[in-house]
Design a protein around this ligand. Structure first.
Ligand code: SAM
Ligand code: SF4
Length: 456
């Protein structure tokens, strides 16, 4: 521990909070909300856990490995907490899902707050600090789910870059049998479109070029006669926005008006993430997904009939309860048939409280789940490589996002369809983050297009 960390806080200094975020983009967004709420309440933030008075973990409950990472961090905090006064808070989905079990098992935790309880966080932290200063251990809880909370009036503290996020709805009413989200994030509720459009205009004024609309089930957005097609079109019409994306949609909510908006509006990106989960009807039914393989393939056809260049990606779960090899092969065939540009492939992970955990056996051995995942990942790599190679010699419009991961001598940006493009900075010394540039593709891997500036 450094000397500064051991230096006692003076009474005038704000308490320093360190926040770690696990899981999906919605959790990142919620951490930005929490930062904003705590800053207004007089707290400051530190990147350095050693200097923090308060450590918060914003957690995910979607798969078991997300839980395990949080338990790992809590174990690291135990000895630190013995050395000095430290308040530890667990926020988000895991707090909501495990509640008192977590408090009982982990004495390190002082504050437990679910996704609808963030407004109470400043007060709960102050109480925990006061209790700690008096040598007692008061536990602060806020775990009620709300049918209304959308944090409408809170402006999240975003981190710069080219993309700004806007959560347009929260919660989910679908109750897919494998999924914990309806239990951790509660009922579906949409935000007032006026507030969303105000947030989009503010992001543009701050210099963001792209906006991504966020929601657990983003395309089921509904508010006073507004649906998602109307909302995304209105956001794309905001002056100064170059690109609009959205995540994560459900295949059941793609009316023709939304497909038309994606295909036709020049500012709405030609990219749709279309979670499949399984390509077998019996498994889809068991999962409660409300579509069949045929329905899903008809939707893919309708998308590509409008524009063949709309880039598709997906989520798949392998080894769901009772999934036979033949049923998995239906998923394999579906992946081949659709030709996604990318896919997130997961082993099924049984989650407490879900319908599947209550009704079906988690009977596929972990090794079999792993083999199925590996088969799909291999197939997807081959498909991605083939699709990317077809881009060679084409010129693509790229929004410049920053340095490439592997080298600061290279720029990284994305095509309208969301494909990563990398090229040498020396070939384009005059550009800046947020510029839209034309790049000619000269080489391709399964994940990246490599380019050269295209003379205009
Ligand atoms: N709302 C989106 C939809 O309906 O497709 C998905 C959102 S979910 C937070 C992200 C992905 O996590 C899901 O598409 C699913 O593939 C995966 N997932 C959710 N629950 C899971 C579980 N119990 N085990 C494995 N993967 C899971
Ligand atoms: Fe979970 Fe998505 Fe199904 Fe909602 S629609 S229950 S978030 S998988």
């Amino acid at each position: 521990m450094d000397a500064d960390a051991q230096r006692p806080r003076t009474a005038t200094e704000p308490y320093r909070v360190h926040i770690e975020t696990f899981g999906c983009q919605m959790n990142e967004y919620d951490s930005d909300l929490v930062r904003s709420l705590l800053t207004s309440a007089g707290f400051s933030f530190t990147e350095d856990r050693e200097r923090a008075d308060v450590v918060l973990m914003n957690t995910c409950a979607i798969r078991e490995n997300a839980h395990n990472r949080v338990y790992g961090h809590l174990a690291e905090l135990r000895p630190i907490k013995k050395q000095r006064n430290l308040v530890v808070g667990v926020l988000g989905c895991m707090a909501q899902n495990l509640k008192n079990d977590l408090l009982e098992a982990e004495s390190t935790i002082d504050v437990l707050v679910g996704p609808d309880g963030y407004r109470r966080l400043p007060d709960l932290i102050h109480r925990a600090i006061a209790s700690r200063d008096h040598g007692t251990t008061l536990k602060g809880l806020s775990l009620d789910l709300s049918e209304y909370e959308t944090y409408e009036d809170i402006v999240p503290e975003q981190h710069g870059g080219v993309n700004g996020w806007i959560a347009v709805m929260r919660g989910c009413d679908n109750f897919c049998t494998f999924c914990v989200v309806p239990y951790t994030r509660g009922r579906e509720r949409s935000r007032d479109p006026e507030g969303i459009l105000r947030e989009a205009r503010r992001l543009v004024a701050q210099g963001y070029k792209q906006v991504t609309l966020l929601g657990q089930n983003v395309n089921s957005y509904r508010y006073d006669g507004w649906d998602f097609a109307r909302l995304i079109t209105a956001v794309a019409d905001v002056a100064g926005i170059e690109r609009v994306r959205f995540t994560s949609p459900h295949p059941k909510d793609f009316p023709p008006a939304l497909l038309d908006a994606v295909a036709e509006h020049p500012k709405i990106c030609k990219q749709i993430h279309l979670p499949l989960q399984s390509g077998n009807d019996r498994i889809l039914h068991l999962m409660g997904r409300s579509y069949t393989r045929k329905d899903y393939l008809s939707l893919v056809e309708a998308i590509h009939a409008r524009r063949a260049d709309i880039v598709l990606s997906t989520d798949i779960i392998c080894g769901f309860c009772t999934e036979h090899e033949e049923e998995f092969l239906d998923t394999h065939r579906t992946v081949q048939e659709v030709g996604y540009h990318s896919a997130f492939v997961f082993k099924y992970s049984e989650r407490k409280h879900t319908i599947a955990a209550r009704k079906y056996p988690d009977d596929i051995p972990d090794t079999v789940k792993g083999e199925r995942v590996a088969k799909l990942v291999d197939l997807q790599k081959a498909i991605s490589l083939g699709l990317n190679q077809r881009m060679i010699d084409r010129t693509v419009r790229v929004l410049v996002e920053g340095d490439a991961k592997r080298s600061s001598d290279q720029w990284m940006g994305r095509t309208d369809g969301g494909i990563t493009v990398v090229w040498e900075k020396q070939d384009m010394p005059y550009i800046r983050y947020g510029d839209l540039v034309s790049v000619k593709v000269i080489r391709a891997s399964a994940t990246t297009l490599f380019g050269r500036p295209h003379p205009l």
